[in-house]
Design a protein around this ligand. Structure first.
Ligand code: PBG
Length: 326
């Protein structure tokens, strides 16, 4: 038997037909804008490897958050760059430290109209740039780091974060943070687990963005790019420890992981389109090698299609603006 009348092209004939039959579409509410604030700045500071992204002052951060609300963006993820660093990252616990203050400032600007999230990790605060504290051999000490994450989480929840993003890949971090939040009465503060976070060369521009002091790499705690099955174990552990959402990171080189996680996760799945993914597209577009807007849209749509409910992307507000226009 043959079916000579099957023509998949029928559903591609007009823009209206394609719109009607699209399986996925982008919406501002599914996007999260990652944003950087640097202590002591009087003017926003451009990040050379991330054209269009800046280290914010308090004022420009508040404006970016207000703009995100205006555009219907779903959330903002805050990263802080402190003026002083030490081996334990103690500035992360100061209620008036750069990140905790930024959470308060952004909350006072946007209230509940944007999900305000913050990075629970020590790498921006340590003078060695690792995501945790070091033992006498220079190895990142998992359990000593957990004690600090617990305090950091409570400080960020006290400052008003709706959701926390522990990104350090310490074993047990979700459970310890959840327990600390419960003990402090922050029962409604959500935890977005960076569950499957890989050691990636594509974090390069972010390290400029946060003025990272890291020498070496994070391969003793972040996942190995060779591994797929292991991502499921990481997600299952984080779910058992109480994660409210799980994340895959990076996004574009890890779409198989995203599809696996989307298949099994009972909670919303986020993907982080990271700094190097942003930089690649910006650089190619700046050279006139690709159509910038089309490439950005396609890249984020691909991440949604692979299974992400939520995408963290430095283009969140810009994409939301395009969606508003059309
Ligand atoms: C760690 C952290 C990193 C990113 C987000 N959180 C860097 C790292 O793990 O080295 C990278 C995000 C990006 O590259 O856009 N706090």
């Amino acid at each position: 038997m043959s079916f000579p009348h099957h023509r998949p092209r029928r559903l591609r004939t007009t823009p209206a037909m394609r719109r009607l039959t699209a399986e996925h579409r982008l919406a501002p509410a599914d996007l999260i804008l990652p944003a950087f604030i640097r202590e002591g700045l009087s003017e926003p500071n451009p990040i050379a490897s991330m054209p269009g992204v800046v280290q914010h002052t308090t004022d420009t951060l508040k404006r970016a958050a207000a703009e995100a609300v205006e555009l219907g963006v779903g959330g903002i993820m805050l990263f802080g760059i402190p003026e002083t660093r030490d081996a334990e990252g103690t500035a992360s616990l100061d209620p008036d430290g750069v990140l905790n203050k930024a959470i308060r400032d952004v909350r006072s600007e946007v209230g509940d109209s944007l999900v305000v999230m913050s990075d629970v990790c020590l790498d921006e605060f340590t003078d060695h740039g690792h995501c945790g504290v070091l033992d006498s051999d220079g190895y990142v000490d998992n359990d000593a780091t957990l004690d600090i994450y617990a305090k950091m989480a409570v400080a960020q929840a006290d400052a008003g974060a709706h959701a926390l993003g522990p990104s350090g890949m310490m074993d047990g971090q979700i459970g310890v943070i959840r327990q600390a939040l419960e003990d402090a009465g922050h029962v409604n503060t959500a935890v977005v687990a960076y569950a499957a976070k890989y050691a990636s060369a594509f974090y390069g521009p972010f390290r400029e963005a946060v003025d990272s002091q890291l020498k070496g790499d994070r391969r003793t705690y972040q996942m190995d790019a060779a591994n797929r099955r292991e991502a499921i174990q990481e997600v299952e552990l984080d779910l058992a420890e109480g994660a409210d959402m799980v994340m895959v990171k990076p996004a574009m080189s890890y779409l198989d992981i995203l599809a696996d996680v989307a298949e099994m996760s009972p909670v919303p799945v986020a993907a982080y389109q990271i700094s190097g993914e942003y930089a690649m597209i910006e650089a190619a577009a700046a050279n006139g090698w690709i159509d910038r807007r089309a490439a950005i849209t396609e890249s984020v749509l691909g991440i949604r299609r692979a299974g992400a409910n939520i995408v963290l992307t430095y283009w969140a507000s810009e994409i939301a603006g395009w969606l508003k226009e059309s």
